[in-house]
Design a protein around this ligand. Sequence first.
Ligand code: FCB
Length: 443
Amino acid sequence: MSFLWGTATSSYQIEGAVEEDGRGPSIWDTFSHTPGKVKGGDTGDVACDHYHRYLDDVRLLAELGVGAYRFSIAWPRVVPEPGVVNPKGLDFYKRLVDALLEAGIRPWPTLYHWDLPQYLEDAGGWPVRDTAHRFADYAEIVHDALGDRVSDWTTLNEPWCSSLLGYASGEHAPGRKEPGNAVRAVHHLLLGHGLAVPALSRNGGRVGITLNLAPVTPASQSRADLDAARRVDGVQNRLFLDPVLLGSYPADMVRDLSHLSDFSHVLDGDLEIVSRPIGMLGINYYTPALVAAGDPVADTPWIGAEDVRWVDGGRPRTTMGWEIDEQGLLELLVRITEDYPAVDLYITENGAAFADEVGQDGAVHDPARVDYLRRHISACEEAVRRGVPLKGYFAWSLMDNFEWAHGYGQRFGIVHVDFATQKRTPKDSARWYAGRIRQGGLG
Ligand code: FCB
């Protein structure tokens, strides 16, 4: 298979239509409607109205010339109430997948991009083991409906965020600040992933998981800074990579987190399930971490590293405040290849937010994003030259959308969206990316 070029989105960030065709509420509906949780009081109620405009959006994808489209399936559309399957919810994804296939674009669905049905959170959410089993049931339902036309499945998107932003710092839905429960959530997310693997593998399906990873560098060689880097690397990378690819939690993390959890929620046999062989690993990369020892911070996602501070690396930043460093991506890809058993790698997200506007000429000139993409794709090329088994790249995002707690203010799209009119305008970066795809390469 030749190198796969794509773009990515997720259900709650683009679909809207939150009360249509029998969809039930998710934790993000509840969270975004809770005053003070999302900037400007923004919600995903309408978002990009993709639920109604998906055919236009597939046309945009076809114009870009992408080989694949990464989207996510909204669990509360498919199972809106406990034990109730909603055929209308499944129909939407069938129509989307059919339109993609007709356009020659490979559907690349993710089953869980953070929109947990609210009834599961009411029953305890990811800190509760039963949620992992409900996820496996849901995976089975989706595979029964789409398994004849989808062959690449991603179970979870960024369990780091679902567990640590959701249950430790509370920045994301469901907004709980219970670090001990965040440790349990990590495990039950990973268990849900593993439990879903057999169903999704049927009919030759290829299964993966997408992790948000980053290279972590100590600000100095002092013992305290080296230890800060070890701990942040533990929480960011190894806490997820090790169970999935090596079948064990890192011993230093289990020790570091002992003030929060005794890991008694990890039952015999769980890690064999979590580490069931997968066909691909998705990596989301945005920015590296340069860290030093500091003072303890409250309500942080960095459990076990509560006293670490982030140091300015002196590079330009996006409007998210994230430093731009494509060398970090190269370093990360090489490290994963060296430290873990061989598995096909895909960059399932990479991109940048800038304050884009439609100009007088009706175009959106976004040279900084073009530069960002160019640099990071070059880093991918270099990684492939060095023997990294990188097989594809998905730009985040196809279009501007609901950027979680930041609302609509952060624009990540290569296509601009006017949220008042829903008009889509491909930015200069979309044209650049289409050209890059035509050029081909990367093995
Ligand atoms: C990732 C998320 C994605 C998007 C980007 C900017 O953490 O997976 O939905 O918000 O960040």
